[in-house]
Design a protein around this ligand. Structure first.
Ligand code: SF4
Length: 128
């Protein structure tokens, strides 16, 4: 293979690779900007954790209503009484805004989903 032919192939491979990377980046950008069911974009497009169907939520006794949490789980942690333990003051929570009339945020435990700020689960950990 002479030099100009090799240069042509190297350039062609480079262009194809560059094009593929660009397509992947654009697809990711579109995926992140895709609106949720309520038309939200960005982090708010993620679905809310559904304690009725989400196996992790069920394993962690996730609840949007403290009154429904089993009595034996309603214990003080790190000096905080159970009644004051909510996602909003949990170290795993980061608020992102309003969705379906609720203040919501991300939670490290539920990647790709949103939790309601007044919810609770057994992984509650006092925010530093
Ligand atoms: S880990 Fe914290 S933020 Fe996540 S669901 Fe449980 S209480 Fe809420």
């Amino acid at each position: 293979m002479n030099l100009s032919r090799r240069n042509f192939f190297v350039s062609a491979v480079g262009l194809v690779t560059f094009g593929l990377l660009g397509s992947i980046a654009n697809a990711e950008q579109r995926r992140r900007a895709r609106p949720g069911a309520g038309g939200e974009t960005g982090p708010l497009a993620a679905p809310l954790v559904d304690p009725k169907t989400d196996p992790t939520a069920q394993a962690m006794h996730y609840s949007e209503n403290h009154a429904t949490v089993k009595k034996d789980l309603q214990i003080a942690k790190q000096g905080v009484p159970f009644k004051d333990q909510h996602c909003k003051n949990c170290g795993f929570y980061k608020e992102v805004g309003q969705k379906d009339g609720k203040t919501v945020g991300t939670c490290t435990i539920f990647a790709g989903k949103l939790v309601e700020s007044n919810s609770w689960c057994t992984s509650w950990n006092k925010k530093a």
